[in-house]
Write a protein that binds this ligand. Structure first.
Ligand code: GTP
Ligand code: MG
Length: 286
């Protein structure tokens, strides 16, 4: 199951809140933060990919989350993401109070085979690339080239990727491939095993998870054990509670003890080619 959410009318929301064009790092980091919160709350999410105002989450194949009830999963996860987005807004937009409550739509897409999952994530990352190349060139023409938005649209009509690279380089000395990979590749959140003795926030951890001073310390490469929520979170209606009700808690607890601790890392890497998936066979296996 892939769960995807998307900001509702973020064209307007980004205008009202003065998001930088073409990419606002604060807005993207806030999206990453909210997505990480969702992954921390729901251990069955093994992978997430985000760009612009959207995020996709892959649930492990064997998940029994909310007995796989679609409406329950969609509404709860969308709601949790949205509240985390609002809850953490001021950390990223210090001088820009929220003008109105943002909302996100959510949906689940079931895919029958591994190939479809790979294709889905490849499609989203290809979309990131196409949009970013267009937007980067478009706003360079407007902000640095002095064109109106209508003129910039006209300049780009019918152009191919290589033409946009050429415009960026010859007119604005911008080497597209050297732009921040966050913008070119989107954001990938995955769980990574932590060696038992390893401190939870070594220098390497911080770099790999792209944590910077803006991000609250609780997010610094949080080392968690998959399934550990099942032993500690007792709130009614929580995933842990749900597992208890379905009589699976004891089994889960026993399983959690044998699983190595993991942390969630943020990457801006290629997920279209085989390497990413070959290095993480458990993503599609479980
Ligand atoms: P619906 O999703 O159909 O409700 O419409 P939407 O207005 O949210 O459009 P869509 O999801 O297709 O696209 C997201 C929009 O959010 C973009 O078109 C931008 O206008 C805006 N947006 C997202 N990220 C950024 C950003 O980093 N900077 C700026 N300036 N705008 C952004
Ligand atoms: Mg949207």
């Amino acid at each position: 199951m892939v769960f995807r959410l998307d900001g509702h009318s973020f064209h307007r929301f980004s205008d009202v809140h003065d998001f930088e064009k073409p990419n606002d790092v604060r807005a993207l980091q806030l999206m990453d933060h909210a997505a990480r919160s969702v992954m921390e709350e729901y251990p069955d999410i093994v992978l997430a990919f985000g760009e612009s105002d959207e995020y996709s989450f892959l649930l492990k194949r064997s998940t029994s989350l909310y007995n796989r009830r679609e409406a329950k999963i969609v509404t709860t996860l969308t709601s949790y993401f949205t509240s985390s987005y609002v809850f953490n807004w001021s950390t990223y937009f210090r001088d820009k109070p929220l003008q109105y409550p943002p909302s996100f739509d959510g949906r689940i897409v079931p895919y029958p085979a591994e190939k479809h999952i790979r294709d889905y994530f490849a499609w989203r990352q290809a979309d990131t690339h196409i949009n970013n190349l267009y937007n980067t060139t478009f706003w360079a023409l407007v902000q640095q080239g002095g064109q109106t938005t209508t003129e910039a649209h006209a300049t780009l009509r019918g152009t191919f990727a290589k033409d946009k690279h050429e415009i960026l380089f010859s007119r604005f000395k911008i080497n597209y491939n050297q732009l921040d990979p966050r913008f070119r590749k989107g954001s990938v959140l995955v769980r990574e095993e932590v060696a038992e003795q390893e401190p939870s926030s070594t220098k390497e951890n911080l770099e790999r998870s792209d944590v910077n001073a803006q991000v609250p310390s609780s997010l610094d490469s949080v080392a968690t054990s998959e399934g550990s929520n099942a032993t500690t979170v007792e709130d009614n209606g929580s995933p842990a509670e749900e597992q208890k009700r379905s009589g699976k808690k004891e089994k889960k607890v026993r399983k959690a003890k044998t699983k190595p601790p993991t942390r969630i890392v943020l990457l801006h890497c290629d997920i279209i080619k085989d390497d990413f998936w070959n290095e993480r066979p458990s993503l599609l296996a479980e």
